[in-house]
Design a protein around this ligand. Structure first.
Ligand SMILES: [Mg+2]
Length: 143
């Protein structure tokens, strides 16, 4: 039996640098939201997230947020200021929304990566979509 593993692991999303994305030929970066790009409790995008998104865009990488979170209004409010398309209630590990994003932006699998904090949703969804999975450590509130 083959174990399904993330292809790369990072501490935080900021470790996925534009240079690395270029080096790895990533044109479409599908991102989980909760505990990947933000703490579950964060209502607005943090400065470091805004900066990172800008840098990725400047490097020519399309970002799409693909979340299992079903709170549409909250997601729209969060994603609007960073001007990133978002998909809510994606039902990962089902790969449907990942496939739809690749079709919509017309970017092949080999140039697409799913970035997320959870094996059972993000890594598996990437596996089913036949794309690379990059995993970040689950973000927690610091008390
Ligand atoms: Mg998550």
């Amino acid at each position: 039996m083959t174990f399904i593993r993330a292809n790369k692991k990072f501490e935080r999303f900021e470790d996925v640098t534009p240079d690395l994305l270029k080096q790895e030929n990533v044109k479409l970066l599908l991102c989980d939201l909760d505990n990947t790009l933000r703490l579950h409790s964060e209502k607005e995008p943090a400065d470091e997230l805004q900066d990172w998104i800008e840098e990725c865009k400047a490097a020519g990488v399309q970002i799409v947020i693909i979340s299992n979170n079903g709170r549409k209004k909250m997601m729209q409010r969060f994603c609007e200021p960073i001007d990133v398309p978002c998909v809510w209630w994606a039902k990962k590990p089902m790969s449907k929304k990942l496939n739809e994003a690749m079709r919509e932006y017309d970017i092949p699998r080999r140039n697409t990566v799913m970035l997320g904090d959870k094996w059972s949703t993000d890594v598996l969804a990437a596996h089913f979509a036949k794309i690379r999975a990059w995993k970040v450590n689950h973000r927690r509130n610091v008390v």
